[in-house]
Design a protein around this ligand. Sequence first.
Ligand code: SF4
Length: 268
Amino acid sequence: MKVTLAAACGFCYGVRRAVELAGQAEKGTHTLGPIIHNPQVVGRLAAHGVSPVDSLDDVDKGAVILIRSHGVGPDVYEQADQKELKVIDATCPHVKKAQQDAKNIVEKGEKLIIVGEKSHPEVISISQWGANRAIIIDREEEAEKIPFCDSMGVVVQTTFSQEQFKRIAAILQRKTNHLDVHMTICTATQQRQQAAIELAGHVDAMIVIGGKNSANTGRLAQVCREQDCPTYHIETAAELDTAWFRGMNHIGITAGASTPDWIIQEVV
Ligand code: SF4
């Protein structure tokens, strides 16, 4: 049976950097929240003495704390400073840019709109850099409800869909005299989705590897199913069932941005 790996899959730049920094961190380092949405990676790091905490209140004075790729608001840096913590900042540079853009928009006096999932840690961190003044939306109906204003600045969650954003931006155009769009969508997600769509179109079945709680992995599985391709979302090779592939000749594999290479290789 032929097995083909999608042209772009697995760790994106920001996640690879964060996981590498965590891997090099000294024993006793804490990550603020799980480093990525992948239980196997979190488990491996915990075995090396790098474990997650929910808040800086759970960390001793002078400890080492690692900020993950989603980033955090300015309050966390201030609190870390007060507790004399050593900070390893693994915020993805693309997320940093979105945070700075949000800050600049508010400082210029423009109305700040963030297009993204309200409860996602990255969106929360961007909103905090925008002094918590943002209106956060991810659907066209919500854009329609925004009152007219003179000047509006827009920042987008890095993993947001380009197509959905275009529809929302077209509505926002009617809601202001001056629309300042900061295109902060990162191409890593789009490249992975595009490669998955292409592969799903000419294989008998797709395997999508990644945390069951990873939004970008879930989206990869969804785009494969939309190609009418039988699709299985798994976290590790242990979940593979040979019965799925009976009578099939060609299987495609892709993986979310938080899936490490060693898990992908095991599945292959
Ligand atoms: S998806 Fe893009 S923005 Fe998000 S962590 Fe990866 S490289 Fe950074």
